[in-house]
Design a protein around this ligand. Structure first.
Ligand code: NAP
Ligand code: GDD
Length: 320
């Protein structure tokens, strides 16, 4: 039985990846940082099937010990300070976790067993003020937030360890992917959750920032398949993962509200508070390499994603 270690097991992607690897017969070890309250909401249904261990990307020793103890063949580094607005308020922490944390994990792998296959969760935020449309593996980076800058470092240190030490270090440059498990502060989940509250009479309005920003949004469950496929290839590489479609935040609102027979124009209020000091206006992927080399295709369409998220939040609020 192969063992896989997932950092960021308590996050959106960690939970979907753990489910996928369990189905494939892996022993799954998830790394979670210590907190005063347990944060297992997204993985509570699989807690009996996985091992959760304490570790932190800010602590080199914890990473070394868990590699020594569990002897994984694959490590997926999904942990990060991943919320873009927070990266302006806590830029040094974001750099320490999201950038230097990658080096700490790569160093631990190099010392314990350089044959371990490594996946780094890189981001389309690295393209930022885009220098090419659509964005592919060779598109130069122009990050627009401390988070984006940290992810560029994480990407290049992954490439550097591949080239310096011949390690199987792969970087997946993933465009936005969402799900009913998305954190409530990200725009898609903020919309789906508030739409459900408005429909049930528990909220009156939805306050948002830039409605014209465009993202290439896919379903997280599809994207974790791509992560796994990347580590099954003969050689480490960089891959862009996205749908190849882009939609504005406004369009997401339109579909989400109309799904419950409401008109978004009556409820959405634009609020300066949610604008960013520097914005990424347009993201759209060219996923040709993923389609040809990995034979990966997203299964869930944009409209299916929006309605799935609204339905899930409606069901949750109804239950409560
Ligand atoms: P997420 O829901 O925010 O999960 C992030 C995870 O990282 C959480 O489990 C969090 O733990 C953990 N974490 C934070 N700081 C840590 C630390 N110092 N040590 C150990 N763990 C720490 O993010 P996600 O959406 O699943 O994304 C997964 C990864 O893909 C992230 O690296 C993200 O930057 C990247 N990415 C995401 C997208 C996307 O659209 N979702 C696109 C491209 C790249 P707590 O639960 O304790 O906070
Ligand atoms: N969060 C948020 N809240 N975003 C808003 C709001 C709001 O009220 N109103 C408009 N937006 C716009 C933001 O300005 C941004 O252009 C877009 O909605 C998407 O914002 P987020 O959902 O916060 O995601 P993100 O694109 O900044 O970052 C996510 O995707 C990256 C991949 O491109 C995160 O998951 C990152 O970790 C990930 O790397």
């Amino acid at each position: 039985m192969s063992t896989a270690i997932i950092t960021g097991i308590t996050g959106q992607d960690g939970s979907y990846l753990a489910e996928l690897l369990l189905k494939k017969g892996y022993q799954v070890v998830g790394v979670a940082r210590r907190s005063s309250t347990v944060n297992n909401e997204r993985i509570k249904h699989i807690l009996d099937d996985i091992t959760v261990v304490q570790g932190d990307l800010q602590d080199q020793g914890s990473l070394l010990s868990l590699l020594e103890e569990y002897k994984p063949s694959e490590v997926y580094n999904l942990a990060a300070q991943s919320f873009v607005p927070t990266s302006w308020n806590q830029p040094a922490l974001t750099g320490d976790v999201t950038a230097l944390g990658v080096t700490r994990l790569l160093e631990a792998i190099r010392f314990v067993n350089p044959k371990i296959r490594f996946y780094q969760a890189s981001s389309s935020e690295m393209f930022g003020k885009v220098l090419e449309v659509p964005q592919r593996e060779e598109t130069p980076f122009y990050p627009r937030s401390p988070y984006g800058v940290a992810k560029v470092y994480g990407h290049w240190i992954t490439v550097n360890y591949r080239e310096s030490f011949d390690m199987f270090a792969t970087s997946g440059i993933l465009f936005n992917h969402e799900s009913p498990r998305r954190g409530l502060e990200f725009v898609t989940r903020k919309i789906s959750d508030t739409v459900a509250c408005i429909k049930l009479g528990r909220a009156k309005e939805l306050r948002l920032g830039n409605l014209e920003a465009q993202r290439d949004w896919g379903f997280a469950g599809d994207y974790v398949q791509a992560m796994w496929l990347m580590l099954q290839q003969d050689h480490p590489d960089n891959y862009v993962i996205g749908t190849g479609e882009t939609h504005a935040v406004r369009e997401f609102c339109e579909i989400a509200f109309s799904h419950v027979d409401l008109d978004y124009k009556k409820y959405v209020v634009q609020d300066e508070k949610f604008y960013r000091p520097a914005e990424v206006d347009l993201l759209i992927s060219d996923p040709t390499k993923a389609r040809t080399a990995l034979k990966w295709e997203p299964a869930v369409s944009f409209k299916e994603l929006v309605t799935m998220m609204v339905d899930s939040d409606l069901a949750r609020h109804n239950k409560e």
